[in-house]
Design a binder for this molecule. Sequence first.
Ligand SMILES: [Ca+2]
Ligand SMILES: [Ca+2]
Length: 176
Amino acid sequence: MRTEAIERVELVFRLFDANGSGQLDSADFDLMARRVVAAAAGSAEADKQRIVHAFRKYWETLVAELDADRDGLVSLEEFSACTLSPRKFDATVAEFAEALGALGDPDGDGLIERPLFAELMSAIGFRTENIHALFDAFEPSDADQIRVATWVAGIKDYYQPEKAGIAGDQLVSPSA
Ligand SMILES: [Ca+2]
Ligand SMILES: [Ca+2]
């Protein structure tokens, strides 16, 4: 597996451990969903419900597929196994990416502006400089917008263990 992919997985694990318990648990995903919804003040209620559902589904898939010792928690070691069979998570990641993308596009024009992008990514826990490096890697327009579809594709790429040199690597800096 690519070093970049391992770093991406470890970063996601740290961020998803929203309550800092050292393991992923159901409460992490409720907490993260609340933070992201709070950052999406301008979004429709249905879009907010969609991301809440996507976070719930994400957790249910992780615990069903990765909780090898069946303690109801997902450790970093267990989580890292997600890269061994990434196809199992494709549908869940896609649902999550599309729900997040919808939150980023409340007016439905297919574009997301930098400030909202930064707010949503910050709610997930990424660092400001990494967020802006990622937005820049997506090659924003003169109006400082990127296509939501580009972002959604970028989220899916992020979880692909064979990928390196992708925009998502901007989220993993040596000091992160
Ligand atoms: Ca936790
Ligand atoms: Ca476990």
